[in-house]
Design a protein around this ligand. Structure first.
Ligand SMILES: Nc1ncnc2c1ncn2[C@@H]1O[C@H](COP(=O)(O)OP(=O)(O)OP(=O)(O)O)[C@@H](O)[C@H]1O
Length: 113
């Protein structure tokens, strides 16, 4: 899927996220979790159980997961517009978001949570 983990999209608190494709065409983001602690595994299971049940337009979809105990990965649909953090901080260039837009994003995020 990730072509041997060729392209890293970023890194969060739980692992590195790689770009990949499903069936060679559907773009994906594959989060490979750091070595699993019991705390990490609990978080992984909670994320899988919640996101496989809950679908909302403001939430990224979980497409699948890998649970081999020592190798854990979460597979999400790929968000092509980048990180919200970068949009809010103006790092992506382009126009600065207005306060009205920021407020709408906050409300939309709250609706998805
Ligand atoms: N579904 C996705 N589509 C595209 N890029 C993604 C996706 N998920 C994560 N990324 C990229 O990988 C980076 C790390 O994401 P990740 O969710 O691990 O960290 P985070 O947003 O800091 O959250 P957390 O606090 O859960 O670790 C993001 O900043 C983003 O650039």
């Amino acid at each position: 899927m990730t072509n041997n983990f060729k392209r890293a999209l970023g890194e969060g608190g739980f692992g590195v996220v790689y770009h990949g494709y499903l069936n060679g065409s559907q773009p994906l983001a594959v989060k490979v979790l750091y070595e699993s602690s019991s705390q990490g595994y609990k978080h992984f299971k909670a994320e899988v159980e919640l996101l496989l049940r809950v679908h909302h337009i403001n939430l990224v979809n979980l497409v699948g997961y890998c649970d081999e105990r020592d190798h854990l990965a979460l597979i999400y649909e790929y968000m092509c517009n980048g990180d919200l953090k970068d949009h809010l901080s103006g790092k992506r260039g382009g126009s600065v978001l207005s306060w009205t837009t920021r407020l709408r994003i906050a409300v939309d995020a709250a609706l998805g949570s």
